[in-house]
Design a protein around this ligand. Structure first.
Ligand code: UT7
Length: 357
């Protein structure tokens, strides 16, 4: 059977370009926001029966940031989004879409992205949430890439944001010490757009590969059981804190090591790269032991990993974009660098992407 012929007539010029040349989507700017309040492991010793020694050796986390009482998820997301727009030297008017990865939205409905859109002063452009937990940012980037590649959108703000300190059970030491609050963002646009600092005559920057996965059979391993339509909150459920995060840590740990390794290898293969071609790995920051095992299985030394879980704990969908923004701003990630990102969380959902800066 003959393959259909793609006609490029009547397609806007920027769409023609993106269809003809890969990569089609690039990062134009990054931004992040962390609440001012820093909570140390020692402070948590006063809240639950734990110790700095246990948290540090079992997870690598030393501190995390907690939102102030007046702060909301959309406040943090908008702050990170503004910084990403500034870094991209673009304005809100340049955006065609806002995608927010979060499992801690301001309200069950409408989406957190609607509040972010309003706070940023954007109007009419589509804004929606992705509830892929810790993989939310990789999901958001992957979806945005599709819109930009087809020419349906030119510039998209992708944000990962969580306010987990309000949804953990402060009597459950196995989860409450792990999580933190914060937001990270990127502005994505056509790979044909040039940025100051681009490597002259270097290979085109952009998303070289981006792949996402879900295995719903493991949904019970990490969840907030009650408070949704399946189990509306009752007084008993509220008292039992069934509306708070619950995790079977070791099940998630095993899945993370396996799937982060496999999806990273797959994304590198799709990008046509091997280990030595990568400058950095920005992993989801959940547990230093997971990251170490993934680094060993992939054959990457840990000094090629951008790590900040010591400072932030696990910020779910915000963890990759916060780490990415820090590394771009302090000059570790530079134009021309090739970076692997990988994340796994509730769902379980996971994914990996390879991006050239
Ligand atoms: O971001 C989404 C993805 N999430 C993840 O990737 C997290 C994956 N899981 C993990 O990182 C680890 O499983 C945890 C950090 C959550 C737990 O570490 P673990 O080595 O798997 O510990 P465990 O659950 O097997 O518990 C070992 C012991 C238990 O005590 P017993 O039964 O051996 O007496 C726990 O009660 O550690 C105890 N424990 C604690 N002790 C002090 C659990 N939490 C604490 C704590 N302080 N905070």
């Amino acid at each position: 059977m003959a393959l259909p012929v793609i006609e490029f007539t009547n397609i806007p010029s920027h769409r023609k370009n993106v269809l003809e040349l890969k990569p089609t989507t690039r990062i134009l700017g990054t931004g992040s926001y962390a609440p001012a309040r820093v909570v140390t492991n020692s402070e948590l010793e006063k809240v639950v029966e734990t110790s700095d020694e246990w948290i540090t050796t079992r997870t690598g986390i030393r501190r995390r940031h907690h939102a102030a009482a007046h702060e909301t998820t959309s406040d943090m997301a908008a702050a990170a989004g503004r910084r990403a727009l500034e870094a991209a030297q673009l304005s809100v008017a340049d955006l065609d879409m806002i995608i927010v990865g979060t499992v801690t939205p301001d309200h069950s409905s409408p989406s957190c992205a609607t509040a972010v859109q309003h706070k940023l002063g954007a109007t009419d452009i589509p804004a929606f949430d992705i509830a892929a937990a810790c993989a939310g940012f990789v999901y958001g980037m992957t979806i945005a890439d599709q819109f930009i590649t087809t020419g349906a959108a030119r510039c998209i703000l992708v944000i990962g944001v969580e306010l987990l300190s309000r949804v953990v059970n402060w009597q459950d030491r196995s989860t409450c010490v792990l999580f933190g609050d914060g937001a990270g963002a990127v502005v994505l646009g056509p790979a044909t757009m040039h940025r100051p600092g681009d490597v002259p005559d270097g290979p085109r920057p952009g998303i070289l590969a981006s792949q996402i996965y879900t295995d719903g059979s493991l949904a019970d391993a990490l969840q907030i059981p009650a408070g949704g339509a399946a189990r509306p909150l009752t007084v008993d459920e509220l008292e039992a804190q069934e509306n708070k995060v619950q995790m079977v840590g070791q099940d998630v740990f095993r899945a993370a090591v396996k799937q982060l390794t496999a999806s990273s290898a797959q994304a590198m293969k799709a990008a046509g790269l091997v280990s030595r071609d990568l400058d950095w790995v920005v992993p989801h920051q959940a547990n230093m032991r997971i990251i170490t095992q993934v680094s060993q299985r992939l054959g990457f030394s840990l000094d090629r990993f951008i790590l900040n879980l010591e400072e932030y704990g696990n910020t779910s969908s915000a963890s990759i974009p916060i780490a990415l923004d820090e590394a771009v701003r302090d000059g570790r990630i530079r134009p021309g660098h090739q970076v692997l990102m990988c994340a796994l969380g509730a769902g379980i959902s996971w994914g990996a992407a390879v991006v050239r800066f």
